[in-house]
Design a protein around this ligand. Structure first.
Ligand code: ADP
Ligand code: MG
Length: 178
């Protein structure tokens, strides 16, 4: 089975993909390493300290592979059987990224991206997999998230409803009422 795991930095892709690979024996590819090591990039963005992925070269690498777990920011561009989108509440994400030592500007860039569902929208608008799972990791352990992914792999549909914008609006409303 070909599985891709995508989401905003800090949503838990690497942690969950490693665990899933250990449990299933399916080889895991950490795309940020792969892209750097194999030179699958067109450019280096100094301001953002990130490589600009050469999506064509990346997808070419996975062509013909029947069993893999690919995790990373651009995983959803790789054709697969099942695409997993991990989500996390923006305030929880902010904590996770601060714990990782990210700069305040990098934290707010990623929190904003999660709040606006940038990656999830990309997947929905241009799906590269016949099946998509949408998992909220906020109040779950990585082990629990992996159990959900295993259920998806057995054919179950898992689609958590999250809307961080609405949640924020509600919390504003409740403050206004005080
Ligand atoms: P990513 O690869 O998406 O940037 P990581 O897996 O590197 O994310 O980091 C996510 C961080 O969040 C880790 O410190 C991990 O332990 C923590 N975390 C807490 N809860 C979860 C969860 N349910 N799923 C995944 N990661 C979680
Ligand atoms: Mg990672």
């Amino acid at each position: 089975m070909r599985i891709t795991i995508t989401g905003t930095p800090g949503c838990g892709k690497t942690t969950v993909a490693k665990l899933l690979s250990e449990l299933t024996g399916i080889p895991v590819f950490h795309l940020s390493n792969l892209i750097r090591e194999k030179g699958f990039y067109t450019d280096y963005d100094e301001e953002r300290d990130a490589y600009v992925t050469d999506v064509e070269k990346l997808t070419e690498f996975f062509k013909g592979k029947e069993k893999f777990i690919a995790e990373g920011l651009v995983a959803h561009y790789i054709p697969s059987d099942l695409c997993i989108i991990l989500r996390v509440n923006p305030s929880e994400l902010s904590k996770r990224l601060a714990g990782r030592g990210y700069s305040p500007s990098k934290i707010s860039e990623n929190v904003e991206s999660e709040r606006l569902a940038v990656t999830a929208t990309e997947v929905f608008e241009n799906p590269c997999a016949p099946r998509i799972a949408h998992i909220d990791t906020t109040n779950r352990t990585p082990e629990e998230v992996v159990q959900l992914i295993l259920r998806c792999m057995r054919g179950e549909e898992i689609f958590d409803n999250v809307d961080w914008l609405e949640e924020q609006e509600n919390s504003h409303q409740s403050t206004e009422h005080l």
